[in-house]
Design a binder for this molecule. Structure first.
Ligand code: NAD
Length: 281
């Protein structure tokens, strides 16, 4: 079994990006990310802090906009509008979740597609499904990078994704399809889940249930990617895959932590750098 070391791979990607940021700066372009957070979700605060740290490390400018829980839709949209028009800002990220009285889809629609580094604007979602150049949402983008770096064959492989969320499952389906995999997507209403997952050459778990995927659900020699981040009451981090028993059957597997998580942030940085390149044109 080969461990897919997302932490190490993410570090290499960040090192290369740092050089690219230097090169952009030498041309007078200072890449900048703006992050909007509405309310005081604790997990979001941790994610936002990690994004700010990654920007600092790479020399990417970072500005945070913390809006109070009672923020109105008009206020949120006018902030996005202001950031869209700001020529010094390359990427805009709206941290989810946002309070329930706000319409996150409307907010994503408002983000200028060329600054939509999370890839959630419908223009980017549509372009991904048409296999056109676009911003790909960071978690699926990171997963594809891991598979490619570890030479996991995608073309012709049967990839099974458990989870159909807009941020992981659905964009990953498109990414794998664009790379000529045969893709099956499973979800909470899928019947005989185990029968489907056992067919996977590449099995991706994005469910949000600790240790949901057990060895009996996995084909011998499959590549297993664990997207899940679940915190136990004791504060331990668990993935969606029962690592120790599944790793005995898998040909390669991602750990939690140290797998998909660090790659997601590295790919966000890659998207900000990509956005900054638009200023060259
Ligand atoms: P979500 O809650 O939006 O979606 C979960 C999906 O799992 C749904 O499509 C649902 O149908 C499916 N599901 C639930 N129970 C099921 C069952 N019994 N059988 C089959 N399918 C079932 O979750 P999400 O936002 O996609 O996140 C999934 C997990 O990935 C979470 O643990 C989240 O924290 C983690 N995550 C990690 C990263 C990262 O960077 N590592 C990024 C995004 C999400």
């Amino acid at each position: 079994m080969k461990l897919i070391d997302g932490k190490e791979l993410a570090k290499n990607i960040r090192t290369n990006l740092k050089d690219e940021v230097e090169m952009l700066k030498s041309k007078g372009i200072n890449p900048k990310l703006a992050v909007i957070m509405v309310g005081d979700d604790k997990a979001s605060a941790v994610y936002v802090r990690n994004k700010s740290k990654a920007c600092n490390e790479l020399g990417i400018e970072y500005e945070e906009f913390l809006l109070k829980t009672e923020t109105t839709m008009d206020e949120l949209l006018s902030l996005i509008d202001k950031l869209n028009k700001d020529i010094n800002i390359d990427g805009i990220l709206l941290q989810s979740p946002i309070p329930k009285h706000l319409d996150i889809n409307e907010a994503f629609r408002k983000i200028e597609p060329k600054k939509d580094v999370d890839g959630f604007n419908p223009v980017n979602v549509g372009k991904l499904s048409l296999n056109q150049d676009c911003f790909v949402s960071c978690t699926p983008y990171g997963i594809i990078k891991m598979l490619e770096t570890y030479n996991v064959p995608i073309e012709g492989a049967h990839a099974v994704i458990i989870g159909r969320s807009n941020i992981v499952g659905k964009p990953l389906l498109q990414c794998l399809l664009n790379k000529n995999a045969t893709v099956t997507i499973c979800h909470s209403k899928t019947k005989n889940l185990e029968e489907v997952t056992k067919q996977a050459d590449i099995l991706i778990a994005a469910i949000g249930k600790p240790e949901f995927v057990t060895a009996n659900m996995v084909k011998d020699g499959a590549c297993v990617i664990d997207v899940g981040i679940n915190r136990t009451e004791e504060g331990k981090l668990l993935g969606d895959v029962k690592f120790f028993e599944v790793s005995e059957k898998a040909s390669c597997i991602t750990p939690v932590p140290g797998g998909v998580g660090p790659m997601t942030i590295a790919m966000l940085m890659a998207n900000v750098v990509k956005a900054a390149h638009y200023r060259e044109n």
